[in-house]
Structure formats: C-alpha cells, structure tokens
Design a protein around this ligand. Structure first.
Ligand code: ADP
Ligand code: GLC
Length: 481
C-alpha cells in the first residue's frame, strides 16, 4: 500500500472554513481504514494553536529561504484516528485571525509549501505520493520537480493535485517566483506557471502533478469549458486524460442522526418520520419561528457567496413564503446577501430565520429539523450540504451542476424513485418551479415524500466508493507498492 502525504490549507477536526476541511478530516481517515498510511500537513493557525498547543508533539525545526532570508520553521504533530497531522508553525505568517485573504497570501503559502518540502528531509520521511489540495499547495509538484530532481528520494515521489474549486486559483505577481519560491524565471517564459502577467499556483499544480483530480465527474467535465474553467480550461484540456472526477463522501460517524448528541431526538431511517418532528419543533423554538409541525421547513446552509446561487434564492423568497412554509438560512459571507436575508427575516417574522453566523451546532439542528434543503449553486465542484441533508432525511433541492448532479437523482413521480428535486438552467423561475414541486409532494402526497426521506437516509454518502477510486489511482501511480 502506498504511503501518502496530504497537503492542505485546512482540515477537521482542527480548523474549517469550507468543505475542503471536511474532506481533509474524513478522506485520510477512510484511506487509513483501508490500509494506506496517510499523513496530513497544514499551517498552524492561531485557532489551532490556541486550542491544541499543549497537545502537540514537537517534531523538528529548520529554516527555509524566503526573500533571500532564512526564515525559521517549526513542525508539530498530533495523531487523530490513526492519522498523523503535521503543523507548520510560523507565528507571523499563520497566527492571525483568519486563514486566508491577506495581501501576503502568496508569500505565506509559498513559505508553507517550501517548509513542507524540506520537512520530508528533516524528518527523513519519504511518502510515495504527495497529494496536494487546492491552490495553497499547487506549487509543490513544480518546486520538487524543478529544484529537487537530482535527489532520488524526491524524484521517486508522485504527485496528485485535487481541485476543490476553480474559482480560487492563487494568482500572484511574477516577482515571487524567484524571491519566494526559489524557482527560475524561465518558467514564466515557457508558460508553465504564467497566468495573466503573474504566476498561478493552480495552473502550476494542474501542469506538474502526475494526476489531477476534482471532486465530481460532472465538474471534471464542466471545467474543460470556458463557462466553468475560470480561464484555465485550455490548461485543463491539456491534462484531460489524467483528470479524474471522484465525488466526495462525508464522515458518516460525525454526520449520523442515530448518534448525534446535538439533536433533540436521535433517529435512523426507520424512526425518522416520527422523530424528525421533535427536531423540527426544537429548531423552530430555538430560532424563534412559529412552532407548528405542519409547516414545511426549508433550510439553506452555505457560505454566502456568488457561487451558491443566492441571487436566485432572493428572487424566489417572496413567491414561496406562505402560511405553510418556513425558511431557515445559516451562513456568513457577502454583506449584500446577509442584509437581504435579514430583511426577509424582518418581513416574514416567525416564518423566516436569517442566522448570520458560522455555527456547527446550529447546522446539525437544521439538517435534522428541516424538511428540505436548498443548494441552487451557480457551480458546485461537489457540495457536501446535499450529502449531509440526505443522511439526515432532509430532501435536497439542487441545481444540476457539478457534484449536485452526480449525487442527487431527480424525483420521478411515476416510479417513486429519486432523492430530491432538481433544475437545470441557472434561472430563478426554474428554482421556483423546483421548490413548488417539492411543496406539492410534501403537502399533497406525504406518503411518497416520506418514502423519499427514507430513501435518502439509506443512500450511501460515505467514502466507501470514492476511497476505492482514490486507491485505484494511487496504485496506478505507484504500481510497485
Ligand atoms: P463549500 O466548501 O463550497 O463551502 P460544501 O458544501 O462543500 O461547500 O461544504 C460546506 C461545509 O460547511 C458543510 O459541511 C456545511 O455544513 C458547512 N457550513 C457552511 N456554512 C456553514 C455555517 N454558516 N455554519 C456551519 N456550517 C457551515
Ligand atoms: C469546495 C467546493 C465544494 C466542495 C468542497 C470540498 O469548497 O466549493 O463544492 O464540496 O470544496 O471538495
């Protein structure tokens, strides 16, 4: 079995801003359970340091050159569920309030990647595969291949680069190529890392990795087109024979309504129809909504960004709000969306809740207490909220894009099959129609609705199938292990 080092900007149980953290918290665990040796490395952010510092093991210290100065690195680690998590410590770069969004992000993650590469040497730890995730790690295959090729220990490593979101590419000025990353300027001339006059971590990852993956088969297709490729479609087309789409799973231990301590009433597929009522009541009470088990509660749990289809949601709210319907929004992000949802909360008092925050406990209670969950994304590489909602028996209403298309089979009234309600083009009229189809089934044919709830809860949303696909890919890369 191959040994794998996953490199990422965030990961549970330590830190999370989005679905990437869920994947880093659950995929290594799933692969470890299937016999691989998987380790993870990420920056030691302030929040991690504040909470875990006393539990961390000190591994080593060294320095890397950034802007022609030696900058110190300290490496710590902690084992969770048999997966060793390494942390790269540099207080100035990482012990800040947020994870990303700083003017010096290029330098911060340039430093991180250099520190990870040297960590292998310092610890004398030589994984067969380095599996990089998203732009924060996209330079690693390039840096190893361009600057460490003479060393057989580095040369033996194979690289996987997983794209979780084409919209975040890590594009920076050309000057950092040499000063920060220690790479030769001819990489700009030959186009390998050049993007829009500067350099792109994402482009470099796509070109230099041995395999490129993204988090669903449909998104793997979509990003080959200008509509979804975010100006890198030509580069992706160059690698399309090495591009795999592997859909994400979720950690079914954490997301398990039968054992979830945060719920008012635990339930499994058999007891869902009865017990979800208690969770709905608890949700309505805790969020200040009118308590009424007969109302249909529609949830939305999301980063409030342009990606997530919130302009469509805003368009349809006035049309879907009636005395039988409640809407609960949990999210933070762009103030324009936050304020619109606050406006609706005020307008539809007792039936609309805008919970503008990041709150995991509330998220669990919404998945358990609502009847349906909206995911009308403009684009969605995989999407985890529809997977979690199915696991909790909340019927997803999704746009047919990316992983949403791959994981939610549309309801078929004639055969009584499917997992949710779907629409194709990015139009508010179509979202409105999908919600109305859901409402019609909910209010007029509850038996069939309940069948769908049970079907959703029985659907396999674990890593079982996808871990096998990653394993096949690792085997293809390292046949001798
Ligand atoms: P993305 O990574 O694009 O944000 P995903 O659907 O892949 O979207 O993952 C989102 C994850 O973050 C899910 O686990 C979801 O439950 C969680 N999440 C999103 N917003 C919030 C929030 N405001 N509070 C708690 N959890 C949230
Ligand atoms: C990104 C995508 C999301 C995906 C997640 C984990 O944040 O937006 O669709 O589920 O990564 O792969």
């Amino acid at each position: 079995m191959a040994s794998i080092l996953m490199v990422a900007g965030e990961g549970l149980p330590f830190i999370k801003t989005g679905g990437l953290a869920d994947v880093i918290g659950s995929l290594p665990k799933a692969l470890t359970e299937r016999g691989h040796e998987v380790k993870v490395v990420m920056p030691l952010y302030k929040k991690i340091s504040d909470k875990y510092y006393n539990e961390l093991h000190f591994d080593c210290e060294y320095s890397v050159s950034i802007n022609y100065h030696e900058v110190p690195v300290r490496v710590f680690s902690k084992v969770v569920d048999n997966v060793c998590f390494f942390f790269i410590q540099h207080q100035g770069y990482f012990e800040r309030d947020s994870l990303y969004g700083y003017q010096d992000d290029g330098e911060r993650f340039g430093y991180f990647q250099k520190a990870v590469i040297e960590m292998l040497n310092q610890l004398n730890y030589w994984p067969n595969i380095i599996h990089c995730h998203d732009w924060h790690t996209g330079m690693i295959p390039c840096m190893v291949k361009e600057t460490h090729d003479a060393d057989p220990r580095y040369r033996a490593i194979r690289f996987v680069y997983t794209i979780h979101n084409m919209a975040y590419q890590g594009n920076f000025g050309p000057e950092m190529l040499d000063s920060c990353l220690g790479l030769p300027y001819y990489l700009l001339d030959n186009g390998n890392v050049r993007f829009d006059g500067g350099i792109s971590f994402m482009k470099s990852g796509i070109l230099y990795a041995d395999k490129v993956t993204t988090v669903s088969p449909t998104y793997a297709q979509e990003i080959l087109s200008p509509q979804y490729g975010e100006h890198l479609e030509a580069v992706l087309n160059m690698r399309k024979y090495d591009l795999w789409g592997i859909v994400n799973g979720i950690d079914t231990d954490i997301w398990n309504p039968a054992t979830d301590k945060l719920l008012a009433s635990k339930y499994d597929a058999e007891s869902a129809i009865k017990n979800k009522k208690a969770n709905k009541k608890a949700l309505q009470e805790s969020l200040g909504l009118d308590v009424d088990e007969h109302k249909m509660v529609i949830g939305l749990i999301s980063r409030l960004t342009n990606q997530k289809g919130l302009d469509l949601v805003n368009d349809v709210i006035p049309g879907i709000m009636d005395e039988h319907t409640q809407v609960v929004v949990l999210g933070t992000g762009d103030s324009q969306y936050e304020n619109t949802f606050r406006y609706y909360e005020n307008k539809y008092k007792g039936n609309f809740c805008a919970y503008i925050a990041y709150n995991e406990n509330v998220a669990h209670n919404i998945y358990a207490g609502c009847d349906a969950l909206l995911v009308p994304s403009r684009f969605e590489p995989c999407g985890l909220t529809q997977l979690i909602s199915m696991r909790y028996g909340a019927v997803p209403i999704v746009r047919e894009t990316g992983g949403l298309k791959d994981t939610v089979q549309p309801y078929n009234a004639f055969e009584n099959t499917g997992n949710g309600f779907t629409f194709d083009r990015y139009e508010s009229g179509l979202l409105y129609d999908a919600i109305n189809r859901a409402k019609t089934l909910y209010f007029e044919n509850r038996v069939y609705w309940d069948d769908m709830v049970v079907r959703d809860m029985n659907k396999d949303v674990s890593w079982e199938q996808s871990a096998k696909q990653y394993k096949d890919m690792y085997v293809e890369l390292t046949p001798r292990y």
